[in-house]
Design a protein around this ligand. Structure first.
Ligand code: GLC
Ligand code: CA
Length: 561
């Protein structure tokens, strides 16, 4: 595969609203991000992905954009973005923005004009349909955030518009070449401004079936899962290839797609050489256990499930392309709370999980706060929730007969708000996030878990992430850890996640004991030279004997073999 500038990079996701507030209004902002660039650099970060900062009514926290060419004053100004790009450049870092073009906001000028004249130019930028002859909605599709996908078009009671997400997020009609041109113009405008690329939001939704029809009803609400519509939609590749050719390709930009449910045979088209995107996220373990009924019916992802999902994704991509690996993002609960059984959660186990995913083949993404081991928050009432999908899932759970406590347990486990509580910088008031009132309450555990406390503690999660970055960048191991193949080792041994990264005769064995009890691992070779471990200072990993080595509880080790 052709070498590209982004393949050996380490990325970090900033969710600006919750990152750092520089002016005391309780909302994180771009100047806040600039002030932490040195901190990110020290963490080993090369690429910073900013979740949306464009003008927005914030119905879906910025994923509902009302102007693609501006910056919401709550987050800063275009000058601030230019400064961010320049300051990043000084440090050899890159800024990646969020590209949200499956839909815009219902407050975007395009949609306003579509409402004024549904048969005019902008009417064709959206999916607008008449009511069915019997007065019913055009199709029975359920939106991701609950309820049906159709909303009456303001001012036109006989018409509906399509929104696969919230009703304030009308879907853009990608079949219309004029719309596509507008999108490409905007992408190029940002790339010309100096950003290094985009994370591409919800992109698999841009292709709809040519004929809109109903699918089997799967809940009491009489609607069908939106996945049925996606399954039925053929030919997204044409749009994605065109976008690549017109925008990312000529700019040699980094693009990472939010792609779910890809089929193995499509992977080369998506992220192979000359593919639609540079990379796409691995969501294998993220979607594990999901239920069409809702969050209340989800199965937890145990260490064995985690391992199986990750290896399956690694296998299906092989060396065809580069996955982007995560344990969490702004749409998911905290990875440490999700993949480590609650009673086993500790700095040691957090570091073990970090090591397990960070050294996989692909681009490691760190989500803000992950590097200090931030955990889920317990939500004790519906009023504490902000996120629209959590509010919906709470109601879905109650409607399905769950008690209030059960519904709260489901949202506490899976709410997107878990990832959106402010970053815990210090043990001071509001975790040092703001001098005002934070827009979303901080996690009460900030006195124990915060960046300042971890800064000088050699055994902290933060310092372990720094060591992981240094290992990937160390010239001795950099090539194998970037371009090397990955082969699972002793895949069926319970709660052992081990794999070998190999390139040109160099082999690095990564092994993680995902349980509190020690366990023994047979070694593939006689050599076992440890280059990194998550044990506390003063502790040494055990030496092998008789071709085996003993791993302590939640021990993670990387060794040359
Ligand atoms: C993506 C975003 C999510 C948003 C949705 C609609 O999944 O990551 O936050 O709600 O798209 O834009
Ligand atoms: Ca602010």
């Amino acid at each position: 595969m052709e070498k590209k500038w982004w393949q050996d990079k380490i990325a970090y996701q900033v969710y600006p609203k919750s990152f750092l507030d520089s002016n005391g209004d309780g909302i994180g902002d771009i100047p806040g991000v600039i002030s932490k660039l040195d901190y990110l650099k020290q963490l080993g970060v090369d690429i910073v992905w900013l979740s949306p900062v464009y003008p927005s009514p914030l119905a879906d926290e910025g994923y509902d954009i009302s102007d693609y060419y501006g910056i919401d004053p709550r987050f800063g100004t275009l000058d601030d973005v230019d400064r961010l790009i320049a300051e990043a450049k000084k440090r050899n870092m890159y800024i990646v923005m969020d590209l949200v073009v499956n839909h815009c906001s219902d407050e975007h000028e395009w949609f306003r004009k579509a409402c004024e004249d549904p048969d005019g130019k902008y009417g064709h930028y959206f999916y607008i349909r008449e009511r069915n002859a019997d007065g019913s909605i055009p199709t029975n599709w359920r939106s991701y955030f609950g309820g049906n996908c159709w909303e009456p078009l303001p001012g036109h009671p006989d018409k509906y518009y399509l929104h696969v997400f919230h009703k304030k997020q009308p879907d853009l009609n990608w079949e219309n070449p004029e719309l596509r041109e507008d999108v490409y113009r905007m992408i190029n405008w940002w790339l010309d401004r100096g950003i290094a690329g985009f994370r591409i939001d919800a992109i698999i939704n841009i292709k709809k079936p040519m004929i809109f029809r109903d699918y089997p009803v799967d809940r009491e609400d009489g609607l069908s899962d939106i996945e049925c519509m996606l399954e039925d939609a053929q030919g997204i590749g044409k749009f994605l290839a065109e976008m690549q050719e017109r925008t990312f390709g000529p700019h040699d930009a980094f693009s990472v797609g939010e792609v779910f449910n890809e089929k193995k045979e499509e992977i080369p088209n998506f992220i192979g050489e000359g593919g639609y995107f540079s990379s796409m996220f691995d969501f294998g373990e993220t979607i594990f256990g999901a239920s069409t009924k809702g969050w209340y019916d989800r199965k937890p992802c145990l260490p064995e499930d985690y391992k199986r999902c990750v290896f399956q994704s690694q296998r299906s991509v092989g060396t065809v392309g580069f996955l982007s690996n995560i344990i969490e993002n702004h749409d998911e609960p905290r990875g440490v709370s999700r993949y480590i059984p609650a009673e086993e959660l500790s700095a040691r186990s957090k570091k073990a999980l970090a090591g397990a995913y960070f050294l996989l083949r692909g681009i490691p993404f760190i989500y803000q706060g992950q590097e200090i081991g931030m955990e889920n928050k317990t939500f004790t009432s519906r009023e504490e929730l902000d996120d629209i999908s959590s509010l919906n899932e709470y109601d879905v759970a109650l409607a399905a007969g769950c008690s209030r406590e059960e519904a709260l347990a489901a949202v506490s486990a899976y709410s997107r708000d878990n990832a959106r509580t402010p970053v815990q910088w210090t043990a001071e008031e509001n975790a040092g996030f703001t001098t005002g009132t934070p827009w979303l309450a901080v996690n009460p555990n900030y006195k124990a878990i915060n960046a300042a406390a971890e800064e000088d503690d050699p055994d902290s999660v933060l310092n372990f992430y720094r060591r992981l970055s240094q290992l990937r960048k160390n010239p001795e191991y950099h090539e194998a850890l970037t371009w090397g193949s990955l082969k699972p080792w002793l895949e069926t041994q319970k709660n052992l996640m081990a794999y070998v990264r190999e390139l040109g005769g160099q082999r690095i064995l990564v092994s993680v004991n995902m349980q509190c009890e020690p366990q023994e691992m047979t070694l593939p070779t006689d050599r076992y030279d440890v280059i990194l471990s998550n044990l506390e200072s003063g502790q040494e990993p055990e030496q092998p004997s008789g071709g085996k080595v003993k791993l302590g509880g939640w021990q993670m080790t990387a060794a040359l073999i």
